[in-house]
Structure formats: C-alpha cells, structure tokens
Write a protein that binds this ligand. Structure first.
Ligand code: NDP
Length: 314
C-alpha cells in the first residue's frame, strides 16, 4: 500500500453558496472537485429561516432547503462532497497540502477557499434559543419580516448603524442598544442614525435577556452606569456586533486585512499564493450576501480552471 496522500485537481473548502457554486462550475469544467463541508454544512444560511432575496425563487425559500438544493446541484455534476473539516494547510510548495480532521493529508493542484464568516453573538441562552424566531444577525435578510413592527439592534459599529437605518425604513421603531457612551461607527453613519427620527439610541446599555417563549416579545436591558433595568417591547432582535471570517488556518500563508478577511487581487479571486483562490464571506466584509458569495464562488472556479489550463494540468 502506498503512503502517498490522496490528490485532487481542485479542492473546495466550505459548503455555503460560494463553495457549492464553485463546485458546480468546477465539476462542469471537468475539474473533478472534492468539497469538504466544514463544521457547519450549508454555512450561515442554515441558521436563517426564510430567504426572499435570492433571485430565482419567486416565492422565497428556506435557508436550509436552499443549501440542500445547492448541494444537490453540485452533486448532480459529480462533485465529491465530503463531511469533514480542513484543520491545517501548507501552501509553501506545490502541490498544496491540507490536513483533514487533524489526521488525513491530501494534496491539491488548486484550492478554493469558501470558509465563510461567523456572526459574533452576545452569548446569551435566550439569544441562541430564539435564533431564527425573531433573533437575527442580518437585517437585509430578515428585516422584511418585521415590517411595521418595533425592533432592536445591538452594536455600535458601521454594521449596526447600517442595519439600524435599513430597518428604520421598514419598521415602526428601531432601538439601538449601545454599550458605551459613543459609537465606533464612522461619523457619516452616526449622522445618518441621528437624522433618522424613528431610531432611539440607548447609551451605556447592555442586553440582559431576550424575552419570549416561541418568538421574541421584548428585550431586557440594563444601564451599566445606573444599573437600572427595563424592558423594551420588540418583536425583532438584531445582533450586529461584528463577524469573524473563518480564516485562522490560512494566516501563515495568505494576505489578510487586520480582521482576517482574505485579500484578493482586484477583479479576481486570486490570493497572493498561486493556485489558491478565495470566495464568499471569507474575503468579503462589505456585502456578505448569499448571491454575492455565489458570484465570487463562480469567479473562483473560473480562475482556478484558467490557472490549471495555464499550468497544463488536465
Ligand atoms: P465592529 O467591530 O466595527 O463593531 C462592533 C460593534 O459591536 C462595536 O461597536 C462594539 O462595541 C460592539 N460590540 C462588540 N461586542 C459587543 C457585546 N458583547 N455587546 C455589545 N456590543 C458589542 O464591527 P462591524 O461589523 O460594525 O464592522 C466591521 C468592519 O466592517 C469595520 O471595519 C467597518 O467599518 C466595516 N464596515 C463597513 C461598512 C461600510 O463601509 N458601508 C458597512 C459595514 C461594516 P464597542 O464599540 O464598545 O467595542
């Protein structure tokens, strides 16, 4: 028996819209992709309920169902979809090496990274229990379901300010829960918040608990200067305290910004390492939509195909 590790022409890491779209394109281009699903098969969409803004679903769909469809489409063209996690990589020489589940080595001529990002959560039990039932980390995805209702946004960065102003257009009232007496968001975004009449900012305020049995009915907050507690009656609770790209295992090799988003060459999915391409939220801190992730997944497969062609790898 040979000790030589298994080799793939194209290895895709991650199973969100970026990974599966890359797989569909790579498989149809006969690149015989192997896709490792990672810790959360289907990615962030599997923790949302309804998806109404993905083109092609006139009546909307559900996040988990949509990701099942993505997977089926990738498998229809013989993508080898596997359960497992890439736990380390070595991009120092060709072919690139990865380790699966801390034990099995594999090599690949091209690698498409689509490991996504994870929303940061406050860490409250009630927040976890009501996730998808009024608790959300994406106003653009879920804001529509709270039309005409009162909602809260926790956080004070650009994302929170942007989500609050987005929600203010749809909702009756938006309460921003800000833990300090100032916001981290850019001045321009802060001015937008100030100018929006139906946004109320609660300064020096922390979330104690999200209230409600089956769906969100309110949020209990505490002023951290006075210790005074009160209940804000809301049906939606949006957590916007930042995202963390799932890119730790690549940090020794790939250029990233200070928060860990992979830097790609403008207009492409090329990273600073040849044969390694990045797509989806792992390389996008601005848009973070399923449809943009799918778009960059397609770019990565096309870039990888071109790269393999130029190298004469068929
Ligand atoms: P940030 O890290 O900038 O902000 C996170 C916010 O959440 C901070 O205000 C922080 O409070 C607050 N926070 C963190 N943990 C908690 C907690 N446990 N309880 C309460 N509040 C908490 O993340 P963003 O997602 O807002 O932005 C990430 C990056 O993306 C930034 O560089 C931003 O500028 C950029 N961005 C740009 C946009 C644009 O240009 N249109 C749109 C969106 C994002 P504190 O301030 O007290 O630390």
């Amino acid at each position: 028996m040979s000790d030589k590790p298994e080799h793939a022409k194209c290895l895709i890491i991650g199973s969100g819209p970026a990974g599966y779209t890359a797989a569909i394109y790579a498989a149809r281009a006969d690149m015989k992709p192997v896709l490792y699903q990672g810790l959360q098969p289907g990615g962030q969409l599997t923790i949302t309920t309804d998806v109404e803004n993905y083109p092609g679903y006139p009546n909307g769909t559900e996040g988990p169902k949509m990701m099942e469809d993505f997977q089926k489409q990738a498998e229809r063209f013989d993508t080898d979809v596997r359960w497992g996690m890439i736990t380390s990589v070595d991009f120092s020489s060709l072919p690139h090496k990865v380790v699966i589940d801390e034990k099995t080595e594999m090599t690949a001529d091209s690698i498409i990274i689509s490991t996504g990002a994870s929303a940061k959560w406050l860490g409250l039990e009630s927040e976890q229990r009501l996730n998808g039932f009024g608790v959300s980390a994406c106003a653009v995805c879920d804001g529509f379901f709270f039309k005409g209702q009162e909602v809260a946004v926790v956080g004070a960065g650009d994302t929170a300010a942007e989500e609050a102003t987005y929600l203010a257009k749809l909702c009756k009232k938006v309460t921003m829960i800000v833990r300090r007496d100032e916001m981290r968001a850019s001045k321009a975004m802060q001015h937008r918040v100030e100018r929006t009449e139906n946004i109320e900012v609660l300064w020096n305020t922390e979330t104690v608990e999200v209230l409600g049995e089956k769906t969100v009915e309110g949020v209990k907050v505490k002023n951290n200067k006075t210790n005074e507690e009160k209940t804000v009656p809301v049906t939606g609770f949006f957590v916007a305290i930042g995202h963390k790209p799932n890119t730790d295992i690549f940090k020794d090799y790939l250029e990233m910004d200070e928060t860990g988003y992979i830097i790609t060459k403008p207009g492409s999915s090329n990273t600073n390492v040849e044969g390694v391409f990045a797509s989806g939220d792992a390389a996008d801190k601005i848009y973070r939509q399923a449809v943009t992730a799918a778009g960059t997944g397609c770019m990565a497969a096309l870039d990888a195909e071109r790269y393999l062609g130029a190298k004469g790898i068929h």
